[in-house]
Design a protein around this ligand. Structure first.
Ligand code: G3I
Ligand code: 9MR
Length: 554
C-alpha cells in the first residue's frame, strides 16, 4: 500500500536551536519558488519567505524545495512551517532542546547492561527487569563460559558488559567502539550530565562509570596468561543459536560460547585500553594501570598474530567479520602513542581520517581522532596537517549537507544506504563537531546540527529515528525486551534509542516483503522484525549520545 510519511513539509520535529541553522524540506512537484509561512503556537504568522526550488533528490527519489527560516531567532514551542495548505509537524525553537536527549541517549547503556538487575528506581517500572546472564537458570552464561567446541579448552567469567543490540550477544569490536566513543565524549565535554545509574554520586563522572561497565567486560575477554594465544582477545560471546522475540535476557536458555580470538578485537582492546589509561588516570589510578597493561599485552599479542580474522556468517550471533586488521593496528598504535608518548608506536600509525569516516570495520580514521586529543605529542607541522585532514573530511560533509534535498552529511558514492546508515550520519556529525572545535569554523557546527535535523524528522520518511523524540518517531525497533508490539506487557524502546535507519540492502524478511523497490533513503520500516533497518545497537547510541551532547553544548 501507500506509505504514510506525514506532512510534506519536513522539519526537525524536536526543534531548532535559537542560534542554529533552521532549514526544512518541502516535498512537491512544483518547480517555481513558493511562499512559506512560519506559524507560532497561536497560529499567528511570525515570518515569511520564498522557498528555493531544488529538484529531484537522488537518494529519496523525491522532488523537493528548500526552506530557510534561519533569520528567525525567537524561542517558543508549537511552531509550524506552512506552504499553501501543507503544514509541518510542530517544533520548538530554544537553547536547551537537546538536554534531555543527551541524557536519555546515555541511559540507553544502563538499560542494556548484562549481569545486573535493571532497577525501577533508575528507569521506572516499565523498564525494570531481572539481571541477565548471571549464571541463574535457564541462562547458561556468562559467569563461566566455555570456548566454542574444539577451539580451546577453558572457560572464562565474561559477565557484565552491554548487550549488543536487540540480541543478547556481546561483541568486542563494536562494544569497544561504543565504549571508546563515551570516553571521547568525556574528553570532549568533561564530566557532562548526571545519569540515573547505580554509580551516580560516586566521585567518577557518570559517563565514565557507564563506559567502565563495558571496559571491565572486554578486559575479561582477553585470553589469560598460560593459554594458547595468551593476550589475544576473544572476538565475541553469544548464543549457540538465534533466539526468538520477545525474550528477556534472564530467560535466554541457549548455551553460550566464547568465539575465537581475532586480531581486530585484540587491537581494539589495545586502542581503548590506551585511551582508558589516559582518561581514568585522574579518577581511578588502579583501573587506568590495569587498562594500560591489558592494552600493551594485547598489542604484543596482536603483533605476533596479525591475521586472525573472524569469519563471516555463523549461527546465533553477529559476525562482525573483517578481513583486514591494518586499520585497527594503526588506531591502536595512535592511542598507545597518544597515551605513552613512546616513539616506537609511531611507525605503525599508517592511516588518516577521510570523509569515509569510521565504523566498527574501518577504524583507520580513528587514528587521527586519537591524536587530536593529545596535540602536544606532535611536532607543530604534524599538528597542522592533522587539523587540515580533519577539516578536509568535514568540508566534504558540509558539501554533502548543502547539496542534498534532505540535508545530511552521509552521501555514499554508490548511492546505496548501508545497514546502520544513521550511524554514518551521527559519526559524521561527531567529526564535524571536532573539526569545529579545532578550527572555529561555523559551517562545521551548522552541518553537525543539520545532521540532527535529518535524524529527527527532516528526512525522506518524515520520521524521527529516535524513540520519544518528535511527533512521529520509531517505536518498534528490533529488541528482545523492548518488544511492546509483540507483547503489550513489555515496554517500547527506552527514550533516546536510535534506529539503524534506511538500508537499501533489504537484509531481513520484513524489509524484503514490504520495501521492494524502495529508494535508498526510504528503505526503512518501523517494524520489530526489520532488524536490518530498525534495530538498535550500542555503537549507534554512543554516536547519538556524542552528537547530542555537542548539540546541547552548542
Ligand atoms: O565494508 C563494506 C564496504 O566496503 C562496502 O562499501 C559497503 C557497501 O556494501 O558494505 C560494507 O559492509 C557492510 C558492513 O556492515 C560494514 O558497514 C555490510 O554490507 C553490511 O551488511 C554490514 O552490516 C552489519 C550487520 O551487522 C550485518 O553483518 C552492520 O554494520 C552491523 O551493525 C550489524 O550488527 C548487528 C550484529 O551483527 C548482531 N547484533 C545486532 C547488530 C545491529 O544490527
Ligand atoms: O535478532 C537478531 C538481530 O539482533 C541481528 O541483527 C540479526 C542479523 O544477524 O539477526 C536477528 O536474529 C534473527 C536471525 O538472524 C534469523 N532468525 C530470526 C532471528 C530473530 O529475528
Amino acid at each position: 500500500g501507500v506509505r504514510d510519511f506525514g506532512p510534506p513539509v519536513r522539519v526537525n520535529q524536536v526543534g531548532y536551536l535559537t542560534t542554529g541553522p533552521k532549514r526544512a524540506t518541502f516535498v512537491t512537484t512544483e518547480t517555481t519558488a513558493l511562499d512559506w509561512r512560519l506559524l507560532d503556537n497561536a497560529n499567528k504568522v511570525v515570518a515569511t519567505g520564498k522557498t528555493s526550488p531544488y529538484g529531484a533528490d537522488a537518494p529519496s527519489g523525491d522532488s523537493v524545495q528548500l526552506i530557510d527560516f534561519g533569520r528567525y531567532h525567537r524561542s517558543g514551542t508549537g511552531f509550524r512551517l506552512a506552504v499553501g495548505d501543507a503544514v509541518s509537524d510542530p517544533f520548538t525553537i530554544g537553547d536547551r532542546i537537546y538536554s534531555t536527549l543527551r541524557k536519555d541517549a546515555l541511559e540507553y547503556f544502563y538499560n542494556n547492561r548484562s549481569g545486573l538487575p535493571i532497577e525501577a528506581k533508575y528507569v521506572g517500572d516499565a523498564y525494570a527487569r531481572p539481571a541477565g546472564h548471571v549464571g541463574v537458570a535457564p541462562n547458561q552464561g556468562d559467569v563461566s563460559v566455555p570456548c566454542f567446541p574444539g577451539t580451546c579448552d577453558y572457560s572464562l567469567d565474561v559477565s557484565g558488559g552491554w548487550y549488543d543490540a536487540g540480541d543478547h550477544g556481546k561483541y568486542v569490536v563494536n562494544g569497544v567502539l561504543a565504549a571508546w566513543q563515551l570516553l571521547d565524549l568525556y574528553d570532549e565535554t568533561g564530566p557532562g550530565v548526571s545519569l540515573k545509574i547505580p554509580e551516580a554520586g560516586d566521585r567518577t563522572p557518570d559517563v565514565l562509570d557507564e563506559a567502565k561497565w563495558e571496559l571491565d567486560f572486554v578486559l575479561r575477554m582477553q585470553v589469560p596468561a598460560g593459554q594458547p594465544l595468551a593476550g589475544m582477545v576473544h572476538h565475541s560471546i553469544h548464543d549457540e543459536k538465534w533466539t526468538g522475540l520477545p525474550l528477556l535476557p534472564s530467560a535466554d536458555p541457549q548455551p553460550r560460547y566464547l568465539y575465537p580470538p581475532s586480531t581486530a578485537a585484540t587491537l581494539n582492546v589495545a586502542a581503548v585500553g590506551a585511551r582508558c589509561a589516559r582518561v581514568y588516570a585522574k579518577w581511578d589510578k588502579a583501573f587506568a594501570a590495569r587498562c594500560l597493561s591489558a592494552a600493551q599485552t594485547a598489542w604484543t599479542a596482536a603483533r605476533q598474530h596479525p591475521d586472525l580474522y573472524a569469519p563471516p556468517g555463523g549461527e546465533g550471533g553477529g559476525a562482525y567479520d573483517d578481513t583486514n586488521a591494518t586499520d585497527e593496528l594503526s588506531w591502536a598504535a595512535a592511542e598507545l602513542f597518544a597515551t605513552t608518548g613512546a616513539p616506537s608506536y609511531k611507525k605503525f600509525i599508517t592511516t588518516t581520517l577521510t570523509a569515509d569516516g569510521f565504523s566498527w570495520r574501518d577504524a583507520g580514521g580513528l587514528a587521527d581522532l586519537a591524536l587530536a586529543r593529545t596535540p602536544w605529542r606532535l611536532p607543530v607541522l604534524d599538528r597542522l596537517r592533522l587539523v587540515q585532514r580533519i577539516a578536509k573530511a568535514a568540508d566534504t560533509y558540509v558539501a554533502n549537507v548543502r547539496s542534498q534535498g534532505y540535508a545530511n552529511p552521509y552521501k555514499p558514492t554508490d548511492g546505496q544506504y548501508v545497514w546502520g546508515s544513521n550511524s554514518a550520519v551521527t559519526n559524521s556529525a561527531m567529526i564535524l563537531a571536532i573539526a569545529h572545535n579545532l578550527t572555529g569554523r561555523r559551517s562545521y557546527r551548522d552541518a553537525a546540527l543539520e545532521s540532527m535535523d535529518y535524524l529527527l524528522g527532516r528526512n525522506a520518511v518524515g520520521t524521527s529515528y529516535v524513540t520519544g523524540y518528535g511527533t512521529r518517531y520509531s517505536h518498534n525497533q528490533h529488541h528482545r525486551f523492548w518488544a511492546h508490539s509483540l507483547n503489550p506487557a513489555l515496554p517500547s524502546p527506552y527514550p533516546g534509542s536510535i534506529a539503524g535507519g534506511p538500508n537499501s540492502g533489504l537484509q531481513d524478511p520484513v524489509a524484503q516483503r514490504d520495501l521492494q523497490g524502495c529508494a535508498p533513503a526510504k528503505c526503512y520500516i518501523d517494524e520489530i522484525g526489520s532488524y536490518s533497518t530498525n534495530e538498535v545497537a550500542v555503537n549507534w547510541n554512543s554516536a547519538l549520545a556524542w552528537a547530542a551532547a555537542f548539540a546541547d553544548a552548542s
